[in-house]
Design a protein around this ligand. Structure first.
Ligand code: BTN
Length: 252
């Protein structure tokens, strides 16, 4: 089924529904190459055959049960070095949307996995196209486990599992578009400190001693937050160290 989203100001004015596809991110990237699409164009699907996750992982979702969508943003106002802010605002928007459905704790696991009760409910994959020093276009892909009732991995959950009722996919997508637009407009009006403060307030394991792994070495450290490049800052034996996305793993 296909629906026109009405509420947001510019996100979702143009919507492309594909009953199935390889990846909504790939489809939207292809569409941007073929024609000039308006900012806020949305591609969504019922089933991805090759859904992409972070770090080259696959994103697997039961057909017809989940939110699988990609949104085109044209953040020419943003320095390419600051593109990680798009990950932050997407994560924050998803937290706000989920907050409409239940009152439990929702957290962001660095860089931008959305966790409920220590289980992952949603993930974000941003793919950017930079020309020189200009961020030309960004595709923000969102996978949100909605009405799926079981997973093959132990640490995944869905809104159905958490609330014990099914939810209307289009309502959730409407909320998501509205909330992404809200955070995107804050970013556009240069309220980066507000975005960072909100992100840090929700950052999972912040201030706790945890076990990490980097370059095959395990170490104990305390998450301090993120630095001006979006890297994770960990206090390791009273020294602050920054890690990029492929440079550190959470062990426990
Ligand atoms: C993650 O690894 O947490 C990121 C998952 C992102 C999945 C979404 S589903 C819609 C969009 N299309 C893709 O191929 N990936 C993203």
């Amino acid at each position: 089924m296909h629906k026109i989203f009405a509420k947001p100001i510019f996100l979702g004015k143009k919507v492309v529904f594909l009953p199935q596809c390889h990846s909504t991110n790939d489809e939207l990237v292809m569409l941007t190459k073929k024609s000039q699409l308006p900012e806020g164009t949305v591609v969504y699907t019922d089933h991805q055959e090759k859904g992409k996750g972070q770090r080259g992982n696959v994103w697997v979702a039961e057909p017809g049960k989940n939110v699988l969508m990609s949104i085109l943003l044209l953040p020419k106002f943003l320095n390419p070095q600051d593109q990680f802010f798009l990950n932050l605002i997407a994560g924050l928007a998803i937290v706000d949307t989920l907050g409409q459905y239940f009152s439990g704790q929702i957290q962001l696991k660095w860089p931008n996995d959305i966790y409920v009760n220590q289980k992952k409910i949603s993930g974000v994959l941003v793919e950017s196209n930079t020309r020189g020093s200009v961020l030309e276009s960004c595709v923000v892909g969102i996978g949100l486990n909605l009405n799926q009732n079981g997973f093959h991995v132990p640490n995944a959950t869905s809104l159905l599992i958490e609330t014990e009722i099914e939810h209307d996919k289009f309502d959730v997508m409407d909320f998501l578009l509205r909330d992404i637009e809200k955070w995107y407009l804050k970013l556009k009006s240069n309220r980066k400190n507000e975005v960072l403060a909100a992100y840090h307030a929700l950052l999972m394991w912040r201030g706790e001693k945890r076990l990490f792994k980097s370059s095959e070495q395990e170490f104990i450290g305390e998450i301090i937050g993120i630095d001006s490049y979006g890297r994770l800052v960990i206090n390791v034996q009273d020294k602050l160290k920054s890690f990029g996305i492929k440079e550190v793993e959470f062990v426990r």
